[in-house]
Design a binder for this molecule. Structure first.
Ligand code: COA
Length: 166
């Protein structure tokens, strides 16, 4: 079984993430979407909410049964090894992403990762997208329906509403 790992914070998952998943699925038998539980960035949504959003979002994929969504903490290299992943896949939107991913791939190599990193260029029409942008649009009460997976939109919108109420 050829298994790819797609790690990230997915806070929240966007159409850009879903596009990378759809394309990565063509390269593997199983895609593990690995949600970082405790990174340096403070997540807006809980791990449970982000897992729910991803479980809903992947329903928009043709081959959702080949996707496994789960949380991970600690080093990515350890997670990839533990789950038997052959490679990590990441989306790159621009040159800044590329520099960042180049460094991350090298750090992982220095950590003796046996896996390779596959970089997929974001579609130009999704290259401006980020999770922060969705949060900013929500804060300013703008319509971001077009940038979220159709199946996770309602849940995400409600999760934002609850976060405002707290
Ligand atoms: N479409 C839309 N948005 C995209 C995107 C795409 N194709 N590709 C990247 N992004 C955005 C995300 O929305 C996110 O936006 P935000 O900054 O506004 O939240 C941003 O790019 C990057 O987030 P993400 O892809 O989730 O990555 P990350 O930088 O939060 O996390 C990990 C990357 C999880 C791979 C990395 O932190 C990691 O491996 N951590 C584990 C610890 C470790 O092993 N570290 C290395 C050795 S020290």
């Amino acid at each position: 079984m050829y298994r790819l790992v797609y790690p990230g914070s997915f806070d929240p998952p966007t159409l850009g993430h879903l596009d990378i998943m759809a394309r990565a699925l063509r390269l593997c038998d199983e895609l593990r979407v690995a949600v970082l539980t405790s990174g340096s960035k403070q997540a807006r949504f809980s791990l449970e909410q982000r897992l729910d959003m991803l479980h809903l979002a992947i329903q928009d994929l043709d081959q959702a049964s080949r996707v496994v969504v789960e949380g991970f903490s600690g080093l990515l290299v350890d997670y990839v090894q533990a789950c038997g992943g052959q490679a990590v896949v990441r989306g790159v939107r621009n040159v800044s992403d590329f520099s960042y991913e180049e460094n991350m791939a090298e750090i992982n190599r220095q950590l003796c990762a046996p896996h390779e990193t596959i970089l997929l260029p974001a579609k130009p029409e999704l290259a401006f997208m980020s999770s922060s942008l969705i949060k900013e649009m929500d804060r300013l009460d703008q319509d971001y329906r077009a940038w979220l997976p159709a199946s996770s939109y309602a849940y995400t919108k409600e999760a934002f509403r609850q976060a405002h109420v707290v």
